[in-house]
Ligand binder design. Sequence first.
Ligand code: NDP
Ligand code: KPL
Length: 343
Amino acid sequence: MFGAGSIGCYLGGRLAATGAEVTLIGRERVGAEIRDHGLRLTDLHGSDIRVAASDIAFDTGPESAATADLVVVSVKSAGTPEVGATLASAIGPGTVVVSAQNGLGNADTLRAALPGHVVLAAMVPFNVVHRGDGHFHQGSEGDLEIEQHPAVPAFAPVFADAGLPLHPHDDFRSVQWAKLLLNLNNPVNALSGLPLREELSRRPFRRALALAQREALALLAARGIAVAKLTPLPPQWIPRLLTVPDGVFRVAGSRMLAIDPHARSSMWDDLEACRRTEVDWISGEIVRLAEASGTAAPVNARLVALIREAEAGGNRQWSGDALLADLRSQWGPRKPAGKRQRN
Ligand SMILES: NC(=O)C1=CN([C@@H]2O[C@H](COP(=O)(O)OP(=O)(O)OC[C@H]3O[C@@H](n4cnc5c(N)ncnc54)[C@H](OP(=O)(O)O)[C@@H]3O)[C@@H](O)[C@H]2O)C=CC1
Ligand SMILES: CC(C)(CO)C(=O)C(=O)O
């Protein structure tokens, strides 16, 4: 696992717990935490798994990757070029590399750095919260998805044994777009300063997310880009669901609210840790799609700008009403791509 953070420690720990030989590659502060406490991996269904420090290796450098069958990359997107360059001189022939990152382009970045290697994109649908002292908690549901490839059956059983089945997809880009639409909530969540469940329980924040999703969906439809159905509702219907009153959403959106009350988006984690966020790889993709279509994506562009401001110390405690009013004002005299709809 290259990137021992929330995802790397959770996936790596679950694999190690069923006997897989796993090395976590990460920062010394995380290595010290695991040496002191081992790993504790819990989920929303009450699963509680312990991995002793002696049962999982930890390195700060890439040496162990030289003999690995599989390297799963789980750093934030800004770190991908460095990981690609590091792996290029570290891994042996035949090592398969899987990107378990959000966004569209991380696997491509790794592929460019690792010609001759199989590099596959995967998608983690659930949230992981780092609760400290080696404890990582899966706060929402879902199975891992992966690009279809002949290399997958060699390692899929190890994931299945660990309770993390991999679902291969022929059209993985459509899966990545579907996840990106859900991740458009990351900047809204990060700007709200609230846990995900609390934020999604408040209609003005859901309306803000619906604005961002509608803008993205209109651009995707105009370009004929397919979006996979990852949730019971098709992605095109989710903005409508988001805008219903709170009481209705508590019932109709109960699956979206089935999140640990403490879970936050990974973008909130980044702001909290004063790290560069992944907003350029999430909302920024919609802005670039609009530019490539000769139009604008003012709502998503504004979310990028607000996250930039928050990275520089700006407001991270927006009220739902203020954020929604700010995003609506971006429409101005211009129309966003697609039909204008009130959220
Ligand atoms: N957290 C979540 O719930 C989810 C996250 N994701 C996605 O998964 C990916 C990983 O996210 P997450 O686990 O939250 O990220 P984290 O920031 O928690 O973990 C990444 C870790 O990798 C470390 N790291 C970065 N570069 C290197 C390097 N060159 N060598 C060693 N260690 C390095 C980071 O250290 P440092 O911070 O010091 O750079 C950090 O500790 C992201 O793309 C995210 O969007 C997807 C679904 C859910
Ligand atoms: C799981 C989800 C959608 C929300 O936590 C996520 O991908 C993230 O936080 O980056």
